[in-house]
Design a protein around this ligand. Structure first.
Ligand SMILES: Cc1ncc(COP(=O)(O)O)c(C=O)c1O
Length: 284
């Protein structure tokens, strides 16, 4: 089972209900993100044929939408009750806390996937979890599952990752960077509320989503199309010297400091102030 808006790689991509046409040909059930009741019902209904539920504890590509604690807890309860595996995709979100977002929400999944920054800037991907599950990959077992790969034994990446986590992206830096994200969200949401705009900033810590809706944004169903507005904002921001992903995805990086955040916020506010009078009416 996956969630609409979920992204777990180029062949596990569920932007729309049917998913990408090049998705791996597994039978998927697609549920609504942050719909605890609906997801628990689907897990119970399909328990006999369901191998796993995979979820980002905060949907990244889908719009930087945090998973509510009660939702993630409900997934944990339902999967445990029906002997279905719960997989947290923390490829993006592990950066948000030492111990990943699972530590923040207090839900321990059966398996976790990791990637990106954890390789200290080099290409990296990993998975891990419950000892009894990982034991299936123990090569000394007669029935071991193979885990071959071009990128295995990537010792340089492992060294870079260890250095990155101990010397660069330390616990203090995690906190500082998350604080910058909070600063950006608080300021932009304050501005939108003050001027009564169809605009909000979502996310958690150093991952921020910019959306042309008042919110709340609990799933991709709450997001307006607003492709033109997103493109216009993005072009204006490039003009002002700020780069992020056009879909409204902002991932803060380590060299940034408070003045950078304030400059970014000012540029967004200038766009909203100048353009929203005409454009806002089309974005609700
Ligand atoms: C949340 C999430 N999961 C999985 C992946 C896929 O990683 P890979 O491209 O290494 O398969 C990504 C990559 O962007 C991602 O953001």
């Amino acid at each position: 089972m996956v969630f609409e808006g979920g992204y777990h790689g180029g062949v596990f991509f569920f932007a729309s209900a049917g998913g990408s046409p090049i998705n791996a040909p597994f039978p998927f059930i697609v549920a609504q993100y942050n719909d605890a009741e609906g997801a628990a019902r689907l897990i119970a209904e399909h328990a006999h044929e369901l191998a796993a539920v995979i979820v980002e504890p905060l949907q990244g590509s889908g719009g930087v939408i945090p998973g509510e604690q009660a939702f993630l807890q409900a997934l944990h309860q339902a999967t445990a009750a029906h002997d279905v595996l719960l997989v947290f995709d923390e490829v993006m979100t592990s950066r948000l806390a030492t111990g990943g977002l699972q530590k923040v929400v207090g839900v321990t999944p059966d398996l976790t996937t990791l990637g990106k920054y954890l390789g200290g800037g080099l290409a990296f991907g990993a998975f891990g979890g419950r000892a009894d599950l990982m034991a299936h990959f123990d090569p000394s077992r007669a029935d071991a599952l193979p885990h071959a790969g071009t990128f295995n034994n990537a010792v340089l990446t492992m060294a870079a990752g260890a250095a990155g986590l101990t010397q660069v992206y330390t616990a203090g830096e995690v906190k500082r960077l998350n604080g910058l994200g909070d600063r950006l969200r608080d300021r932009l949401n304050g501005f939108a509320a003050e001027h009564d705009l169809h605009f909000c900033a979502t996310g958690y810590g150093s991952m921020v989503g910019l959306h042309f809706t008042r919110g709340p944004v609990r799933s991709v169903a709450d997001l307006p199309a607003a492709a033109e507005l997103r493109a216009l904002l993005h072009l204006r921001m490039l003009e002002a010297g700020y780069s992020y992903a056009r879909r409204g995805f902002v991932a803060l990086s380590l060299p940034l400091e408070e003045p950078d955040i304030d400059g970014f916020a000012e540029a967004v506010e200038a766009f909203l102030q100048r353009g929203f009078a005409q454009l806002g009416a089309r974005s609700s």
